[in-house]
Design a protein around this ligand. Structure first.
Ligand SMILES: Cc1cc2nc3c(=O)[nH]c(=O)nc-3n(C[C@H](O)[C@H](O)[C@H](O)COP(=O)(O)OP(=O)(O)OC[C@H]3O[C@@H](n4cnc5c(N)ncnc54)[C@H](O)[C@@H]3O)c2cc1C
Length: 384
């Protein structure tokens, strides 16, 4: 596991790498609602998107602690990793539960950067927070599965070669437990033909998310990840890593807002003095800074436990909750400091505000995080 000094070196490397993707770059892709291809290509070239792929498959074999640094620095610089972070979110499910054959087939090319595993298909129009209610159906026919159904909010599917898909392999109500009967598939989109089609969903910020239609999609049985019917467990298994990574993006956003607000408050003159001299401007920035840094400590703890192979559900969930709240609080402090200038596109505050709102709801809503803490950690009655 890299030590603190090596992590600092990585942080500085990422900082330098993303310098070229400045506010002007992000404003332009935002305006055009375009996929930030040049940014994704650069991260791929540098191997950052293969950070979690083990060295035996050609990846960097880093941990969640390092992946967190990469995402955090992208966001701290004013960028957005949403165009490519899924390769980190989904990796754990493939590594821990995928067959040797599956890993040998795909991971070396993912590590080389010639193959993208950027799409993750869980959510459906009638099943968001309540994953066990999904109805997309996978039926075994000989040596393959035939999959039919609809997914929604499936990000980056147009820009990915592979899709990690959750589908129901046993009809609802026929399994002993409601969490059984779901299976995970690694779908090769290059071979899917008309079996997978999509339609982009216009969103509050520049993000590529789609309604996905699965129509008699044929997936070879070798595309099944782990055991049939145990897919929900495999997805849950990836949740702690995902929470740490999303917290890192929110922490990066929080630092972006705090740094920008503090700098602006220290130069903008109103009533003959710098606005940062007023405690009504200074204190919200200082308070947001404290919240962001506290969230970062919780994320560090969660990542440390995760990388040591120890349970970290409470810490990972608290990190996601605290970081998503702190980034919005920092955004609010930045609006107070910038005043009308916060609304000017050229200052990037309005764009980052639109982007950071996502962490309240996705990949998991903060209400569900609170329900986990209330029910699973504190033992209070369940709402579901
Ligand atoms: C930009 C974007 C990208 C996304 N990308 C992906 C992706 O790539 N792949 C994918 O599979 N999904 C993706 N999602 C979906 C995301 O994971 C869901 O939006 C999220 O899980 C919440 O589900 P929902 O939107 O259906 O909300 P719902 O489940 O409909 O819930 C609505 C609200 O009710 C609250 N609520 C529900 N039940 C309770 C309860 N018991 N107690 C308290 N509150 C409750 C929720 O917290 C939420 O605030 C994406 C979403 C967005 C917006």
């Amino acid at each position: 596991m890299p030590n603190e000094q090596e992590r600092q070196v990585l942080r500085e490397e990422v900082r330098r790498a993303v310098e070229a993707f400045d506010g002007a770059y992000w404003r332009e892709v935002d305006r055009a609602a375009a996929y930030p291809e040049a940014f994704v290509e650069r991260l791929t070239e540098l191997g950052y998107l293969a950070a979690l792929v083990p060295p035996e498959y050609g990846g960097a074999g880093l941990g969640i602690g390092e992946a967190s640094v990469i995402l955090e620095e992208i966001h701290r610089s004013g960028g957005n990793a949403a165009a490519c972070h899924a390769q980190m979110y989904t990796m754990g499910t493939v590594l821990r539960h995928g067959s040797e054959e599956l890993k040998a087939r795909y991971l070396p090319d993912i590590a080389k950067g010639t193959l993208r595993l950027q799409a993750f298909g869980v959510t459906e129009p009638d099943a968001g927070s309540d994953t066990t209610r999904i109805s997309t159906r996978a039926t075994r026919v000989g040596d393959e599965y035939v999959i039919n159904g609809q997914k929604t909010f499936i990000s980056r599917v147009e820009f990915s070669d592979l899709l990690l898909l959750l589908a129901r392999s046993t009809p609802a109500g026929e399994s002993e437990h409601r969490t059984d009967g779901l299976s995970v598939f690694l779908v090769d989109l290059r071979e899917a033909g008309e079996g997978v089609t999509w339609q982009r969903i216009p969103l509050m910020f520049n993000h590529h998310s789609y309604q996905v239609f699965l129509t008699d999609l044929h997936v070879p049985a070798s595309g099944l990840v782990g055991e049939e019917g145990k897919g929900f467990r495999y997805i849950i298994d990836g949740w702690n890593a995902e929470r740490c990574l999303i917290a890192s993006e929110a922490i990066g956003d929080g630092r972006f807002f705090v740094n920008r607000a503090a700098a602006y408050a220290s130069t903008r003159q109103v009533f003959g003095r710098m606005i940062g001299e007023n405690q009504g401007v200074q204190f919200p920035i200082a308070a947001a800074h404290a919240e962001v840094e506290a969230a970062a400590l919780m994320r560090d703890r969660a990542a440390e436990l995760f990388d040591a192979g120890r349970p970290c559900g409470p810490e990972a969930n608290m990190a996601k909750l605290l970081a998503s709240r702190a980034s919005r609080q920092a955004g609010e402090a930045a609006v107070t400091a910038f005043g009308g200038s916060a609304f000017m596109v050229e200052n990037d505050i309005e764009r980052k505000l639109r982007e950071t709102n996502l962490f309240e709801v996705a990949p998991v809503s903060n209400n569900l995080v609170l329900a986990y803490l209330g029910q699973n950690v504190l033992g209070m009655p369940r709402s579901y």
